[in-house]
Design a protein around this ligand. Structure first.
Ligand code: HEC
Ligand code: HEC
Ligand code: HEC
Ligand code: HEC
Ligand code: HEC
Length: 478
């Protein structure tokens, strides 16, 4: 079996390289040189395929594929000429923004590639396999590791490299091109390109190939902590088999190739919306309408727990070295206690999930009728690791799917010092990264660190009645 596969692989490479060289062969003066170039190119691709095939799946790009018959290349724009709506949706997705448009990634890549003061060796080749995953997107191919060491890659020039495709990041071909065929969920026979039915497009497998990678490389101070698919498997959605696509690719009925004589059918949007934090300030406007389509993973519910003679807090103290954590203000004796329920009842995995820098800040501030601050509570949902000298999980306060947490806030009872009604203000912000890293990489103006997704206010009267003043919540879907 293995040997058969190898033969097929070599043959398909020959076909591909032959086709590429036809143009060059017009005049035969340089024939010898071209043949040599062709052989070098083939050798590089062949060696790279052999090398990657032996690495764990999260260290590999998508396998080399010929361009499917009938298409000039596998550029997203090429697909977009026929699949117009899908192309427009994908263009504003974070998948499309995962390379040059992502100033944080470009900074981290520099560091990971051994190009900054504090980096040790080059593991950048691992990063690009998930962020620019197809062969034409890779500037260089890896053919070996010196001393079998992860941060000492041996590179070869990539004859297939196309800078335009590199900028497309997680492009159509990532999920849809393999072995010279277009992979599709249904196996249409109406397409002007070869189609192969691929069941894994209909479940979590297609997403897990990138959104599940837990690996540690202690010797390089490198850790991958994406457990979204595993979290999903343990959630009620995973148990029911309700896929990633059911939330992140909403259903729609339409033609999938607008200018062709094909029927309308049930298909899925390609926005892949999540937190919808734009990668750059100028992308905010195009993402805004999607906030109502996707909502957020978390809901809040404020209620009055009542008067208590003695108050003890229930919240775990926050052990996050984030700057500017506001000081807690709390009443200890003869208090009015409020309860904020924080529920992860919309996401099929932890909130937040994925990248370990991602976190959510929740702030409750209570002022009295004279605008005096009388109570303040603060909570962070997130995970925090120490990277140096050893990788160590310091704290994980994320909320698993379907679970909830209480944040208690205690204010003084009405009296000479404190005038009711009290104004209770709750805000929640989600962030892609911690402030210290944002400042370290000098990303202000080039990158958006986060956004507010919840802002609400209540009045609490002396009669213990809570009344809503406002609730602005992109968590509520239309
Ligand atoms: C991250 C993976 C991913 C990327 C990137 C991606 N798609 Fe898809 N695509 C899917 C999945 C998953 C489905 C199947 C959805 C379903 O019907 O359940 C799909 C379905 C489709 C379909 C078939 C629609 C149908 O219902 O038959 C077309 C056509 C398509 N994609 C084109 C594109 C084009 C063009 C691009 C680039 C602009 C693209 N896709 C980018 C994952 C992806
Ligand atoms: C010249 C027009 C054209 C181009 C270019 C094109 N497609 Fe298609 N594609 C079609 C048509 C037409 C269909 C059939 C639609 C149907 O059956 O409803 C189709 C079907 C598909 C399907 C669905 C397969 C299934 O399972 O039913 C996918 C996925 C797809 N194309 C992806 C791509 C990708 C990715 C590219 C670029 C690499 C691309 N297409 C380029 C016209 C095109
Ligand atoms: C080839 C790797 C790859 C595959 C396959 C993939 N993703 Fe992603 N995805 C990424 C990367 C990388 C990012 C982060 C981009 C960034 O933040 O710069 C991302 C970001 C996202 C986001 C965040 C969007 C936001 O608002 O910022 C969501 C949601 C998402 N992917 C869902 C999916 C789903 C659903 C699938 C399967 C249909 C999928 N992804 C398949 C690599 C992948
Ligand atoms: C029940 C619906 C649901 C399911 C199922 C689901 N998600 Fe999500 N996902 C969400 C919601 C809601 C958010 C959070 C948006 C927010 O509030 O920031 C989210 C956030 C994300 C994010 C983070 C995006 C960001 O920009 O912060 C990624 C990545 C992601 N999901 C990937 C996946 C993958 C991969 C799967 C399948 C293994 C999956 N999701 C299954 C609803 C779902
Ligand atoms: C196994 C695939 C994979 C590899 C390898 C990988 N990433 Fe990612 N990366 C992702 C996914 C998936 C996301 C986004 C979704 C999430 O956070 O869950 C992401 C997001 C990011 C983000 C944006 C985080 C945010 O919240 O906006 C940065 C920066 C990043 N990666 C840098 C790197 C660097 C640097 C490397 C190499 C050391 C790397 N990645 C390797 C899959 C990968």
């Amino acid at each position: 079996m293995a040997r058969y596969f190898y033969v097929v692989m070599v043959l398909s490479l020959l076909v591909a390289c032959d086709r590429r060289s036809e143009e060059h062969n017009k005049g035969d003066a340089k024939k010898g040189e071209v043949a040599q170039e062709q052989e070098d190119a083939m050798t590089a691709i062949k060696k790279a395929r052999t090398f990657y095939a032996e690495r764990p799946y999260y260290e590999r790009p998508r396998d080399y594929s010929e361009v499917p018959e009938g298409l000039g290349d596998t550029d997203a724009e090429t697909c977009g000429a026929c699949h117009k709506a899908i192309y427009e949706e994908w263009k504003i997705s974070t998948h499309h923004r995962a390379y040059k448009d992502d100033a944080q990634f470009m900074e981290e890549l520099k560091k990971s590639s051994g190009l900054t003061e504090h980096s040790s060796g080059d593991v950048g080749w691992v990063c690009v396999n998930c962020h620019t995953p197809t062969y034409p997107q890779l500037e260089r191919l890896v053919v070996d590791l010196e001393d079998d060491t992860l941060n000492k890659p041996v590179y070869a020039d990539n004859p297939l490299f196309d800078p335009a495709q590199q900028e497309d990041a997680i492009t159509c071909a990532t999920c849809h091109v393999k072995d010279g065929k277009i992979l599709g969920p249904y196996g249409s026979d109406r397409a002007p390109h070869p189609v192969k039915k691929e069941e894994s497009l209909l479940d979590e497998r297609v997403c897990a190939s990138c959104h599940q990678a837990s690996a540690q490389y202690p010797e390089h101070n490198l850790g991958c902590f994406f457990s979204t698919a595993e979290e999903w498997r343990q959630s009620s959605y995973g148990q029911k088999g309700e896929s990633c696509q059911s939330c992140h690719m909403p259903e729609v009925v339409r033609k999938v190739a607008e200018d062709f004589d094909v029927p309308e059918r049930k298909t899925r949007r390609h926005w892949f919306g999540g937190s919808l934090i734009p990668k750059k300030p100028e992308f905010a406007a195009e993402l805004e309408p999607l906030q109502k389509v996707y909502g957020s993973g978390i809901t809040f519910d404020l209620s009055l727990r009542g008067k208590e003679a003695k108050f003890t807090t229930s919240a775990e103290p926050i052990n996050m070295p984030e700057k500017h954590i506001p000081e807690v203000v709390s009443c200890a004796k003869d208090c009015m206690v409020l309860k904020l329920d924080i529920r992860n009842n919309r996401a099929g995995h932890h909130m937040p999930t994925g990248d370990p820098e991602r976190h959510i800040d929740i702030l409750v501030e209570v002022h009295d009728a004279n605008q005096k601050l009388v109570a303040r509570a603060y909570h962070v949902l997130g995970s925090r690791y120490a990277w140096w000298p050893k990788i160590k999980l310091l704290q994980d306060t994320r909320i698993p799917s379907g679970e909830q947490r209480e944040l208690l806030v205690s204010a003084p009872l009405p009296g000479a010092e404190v005038k009711y009604p009290l104004s209770v203000h709750v805000t929640a912000d989600k962030w892609r990264m911690y402030l210290d890293a944002f400042e370290h990489h000098q990303l202000e103006g080039k990158y958006v660190r986060g956004r507010r997704f919840y802002d609400a206010q209540w009045l609490l009267g002396e009669d213990s009645a809570l009344s809503v003043v406002k609730i602005e919540d992109d968590g509520v879907k239309d």
